[in-house]
Design a protein around this ligand. Structure first.
Ligand code: KMH
Ligand code: ZN
Length: 274
């Protein structure tokens, strides 16, 4: 089987130090967490940035500083900024990091309820606009899927000609009102992906490691990190993103998947020619 690409979503936009004191806000903390994840085996950092007090931001200077700090600590790593940002941000804010022409960025392919009054809004028009802007800059989209219908929108945008190359999905499973994270759901959803696609599995909260195992077995890739889960196991907070990545490396070893380093990840994802 293909080598396993590990993505670390080290920071997120919404998770706070009250949930886990190791959640990074400052540039130094972000660099520290990226290094821990990289040393443990992560090839991709999925990046949100925060103000020093934890407020989510899509500020260009903040991304510039965070990316420079991560590159210094993690030679060769792939940095994948978020264009999801935080709930309620404008499209213009969310798109800021594309100005830096990263190798990859997220492309959220639909609207989802996050609970209470929180709605993460991505109309068809918005997704098309984001895809076109990424295409113009040769930024490979990682297609974020929170539910089955979002695969359909990605396929439609590909058919419209706004995504180049093969599709790479991140299947985010176990959000309160999105696709559940049962094995049946994972198998069903991966079966819905177009031939030739690659995928990463992300399990939210207590689903992080069961989704990781399923992705490893199904030939997919894995994302872990504080954005999605702050626990190493039930009742035990992870001391760093590195501990979460290390756990997936142990599972992958047991299940017979070797870990991809960044250049191997670039080849698997077709980033070199993108
Ligand atoms: N923070 C969420 C509203 C992404 O990074 O593209 C969106 C999110 C997805 O995290
Ligand atoms: Zn994110």
């Amino acid at each position: 089987m293909e080598k396993l690409i590990l993505t670390a979503a080290i920071c997120g936009a919404e998770v706070t130090k009250e949930k886990n004191p190791a959640v990074p806000y400052t540039i130094e903390e972000i660099a520290r967490e990226a290094r821990a994840a990289y040393n443990a085996g992560a090839s991709i950092i999925h990046l949100h940035v925060r103000e020093d007090d934890g407020t989510p931001t899509q500020s260009l200077p903040r991304f510039i500083k965070a990316i420079a700090a991560i590159k210094k600590e993690c030679p060769g790593i792939i940095i994948q900024p978020s264009t999801g940002g935080a709930v309620g941000m404008s499209n213009a804010e969310r798109l800021t990091p594309i100005q830096l022409v990263p190798e990859m960025a997220t492309l959220d392919c639909g609207t989802i309820n996050f609970g209470g009054s929180e709605i993460f809004t991505n109309s068809e028009e918005t997704v098309i606009e984001f895809a076109q802007i990424m295409q113009a800059s040769h930024v490979k989209p990682e297609i974020e899927v929170f539910d089955r219908g979002m695969v359909q929108l990605a396929v439609r945008i590909k058919q419209m000609g706004f995504i180049d190359g093969s599709l790479h999905f991140n299947l985010v499973l176990g959000t309160p009102f999105g696709m559940p994270a049962s094995l049946e759901d994972i198998v069903y959803l991966t079966g819905c992906l177009p031939n030739g696609s690659t995928f990463t599995g992300t399990g939210i909260g207590r689903h992080e490691f069961s989704v990781a195992c399923a992705s490893i077995i199904l030939g997919g890739h894995v994302r872990v990190g504080f954005e999605d889960n702050v626990y190493l196991k039930k009742g035990v907070l992870a001391r760093s993103n590195g501990e979460l990545v290390e756990k997936v490396v142990r599972l992958a070893n047991e299940l017979g998947r070797d870990i991809a380093r960044p250049d191997e990840a670039r080849t698997i994802l077709g980033l070199k020619s993108y």
